[in-house]
Write a protein that binds this ligand. Structure first.
Ligand SMILES: Nc1ncnc2c1ncn2[C@@H]1O[C@H](COP(=O)(O)OP(=O)(O)O)[C@@H](O)[C@H]1O
Ligand SMILES: [Mg+2]
Length: 238
């Protein structure tokens, strides 16, 4: 079943077009990657899917609903971790989870989510005192406390050290294994290769290619996904 369908989506900020024509499909239960250069339009695409921004044109359906017109019905079914996410330094881990749960009609038990993501031992830690790895763990838990069917993760692992990043990969697989569909924006091709069932590369506001990581490698006529990425985006002079 198709969970997200986008056809010819466009978006301008103050007259400057940043999405020209984005088209992609995400199927239920997959981890779908979005890669592309800085400024390509990845975050804007995610924000439109998550009902946080209005597109200018094109078709967009998430769980069969239009994020623009069916927002009230759709938003409780989505979980979002945004690139610029932050919390007040003084808030405690447990308080943040309890507060986010209160935003939803049918949330998961926030204590169970806290436990599932290994956060119980940090329940009374303040956000400002958490390391990067713990913050990411909290953001994942916050994105999941509403029991979402689709989860958006925007550059979740950027800025993490290699071991925290690997640990986060395991957490992302867990989200999917519990039945949610995951949309993952990432700059890391090893991450995309390890996690994504399918992925799209966005460049200059267009999806230039989508498919399985192996299909992208074939299309790029390369031996690995990173080389394919450079070949497909023209990002590195030969
Ligand atoms: N709120 C905004 N107002 C004006 N321009 C924006 C805004 N958000 C993003 N942009 C611009 O839109 C383009 C796409 O941004 P973004 O979707 O964040 O790209 P990516 O996530 O791929 O780096 C960039 O040139 C960015 O500067
Ligand atoms: Mg971005």
């Amino acid at each position: 079943m198709t969970v997200i369908e986008i056809e010819g989506m466009s978006k301008s900020y103050r007259g400057r077009q940043v999405l020209e024509s984005v088209s992609l499909k995400v199927e239920r239960g997959e981890i779908f990657g979005i890669a592309g250069p800085n400024g390509a339009g990845k975050t804007t695409t995610v924000e439109c899917m998550a009902g946080l921004r209005q597109r200018d044109g094109g078709v967009l359906r998430v769980l069969g609903l239009d994020p623009q017109t069916d927002r009230r019905e759709l938003l409780p079914r989505l979980g979002v971790q945004l690139q610029e996410a932050s919390l007040p330094d003084a808030i405690k881990v447990g308080e943040a989870l309890k507060m986010y749960a209160s935003f939803y009609e049918k949330p998961a038990d926030w204590r169970v989510v806290m436990d599932q993501w290994g956060l119980t031992e940090r329940q009374r830690s303040r956000f400002g005192n958490l390391s990067g790895g713990w913050k990411q763990r909290l953001f994942i838990a916050l994105a999941l406390v509403g029991n979402p069917e689709v989860v958006f993760l925007d550059e979740l692992t950027t800025g993490l050290d290699p071991s925290a990043r690997r640990m986060t990969w395991g957490l992302i697989r867990e989200i999917r294994d519990r039945g949610a569909t995951v949309v993952l924006v990432t700059h890391f091709m090893d991450e995309a290769k390890a996690l994504c069932d399918r992925m799209a590369i966005i460049d200059h506001g267009r999806v230039i290619i989508q498919g399985t990581p192996d299909e992208l490698i074939v299309q790029g006529r390369t031996e690995n996904l990173e080389d394919a990425y450079f070949a497909l985006t023209g990002g590195l002079a030969a």
